[in-house]
Design a protein around this ligand. Sequence first.
Ligand code: MG
Length: 284
Amino acid sequence: MSLSPWSLGVFTSIDAGLGVHLDVAKDLGVPSIQLHTPHAAGRTPQAAEKFLRQIDECGIELTCVFGGFDGESYADIPTVEKTIGLVPVATRSARLIEMKEISDFTRLLGCNTIGLHIGVVPHDTQSREYADVIEVTRQICDHAQYNEQNVHLETGQESADALMDFISDTQRNNLFINFDPANMILYGMGEPIPALRQVGSHVRSVHCKDATWSDQPGKTWGCEVPLGQGQVDMRAYLTTLKEIGYRGPLTIEREIPQDRERQKTEIQHATALLTSLRKEILGC
Ligand code: MG
């Protein structure tokens, strides 16, 4: 199956994560999904086969599997620093093993991309802590390479400058970016459109998500809002994606699993907005 440029997609979950369930993706009629990894018990060959059958019946293509770990919490920015990704030392080696297992499960799903929030990378690039995070990222990339996969880092927890330095320091040619414009605002890490221009050469997948700035950027969360109602200028976002030559899927993310009906309705509105902007900007 090959997707047309800027095919719409939606972020999906099975038994973990904040995405919509597959039946909603089917109802929305989107041709692609990204998937938050299921828990370990759900990462079996049988589960992979069943999932592939389900998406095949819906005519949906899986474009990326995102890693995620027990114990992660997005409660507030200091908690993110303590709990997310491969940065926290106490859980690092166990999560490295698990990320490799997620890569193996992704291979069973026939998908060539894994994604993750690596965590809040230490700012001192000369420090031992920074070198250790580089090393664990290399190990993930090398395992993914063995599985013929690319690794996409989700944006938001670093500025564009810091992210490009980190990718360069990792020295792996299968390390790319999943750009999320709303995260730049939510975490207070910079204006999303200039950031997208800056990291554009490494963007291989994107999230379509919207947000408003915090009154204390970088200290407290901004607010995630329905697409088109926040401070990501969606027309400028898509125009810039065109400028950088991005032709991959537009994957809508709306992280309000506590209200599944509203989540579905708002994603429906997002698909309408993106379809109209795509026609205007890409002409299809
Ligand atoms: Mg995202």
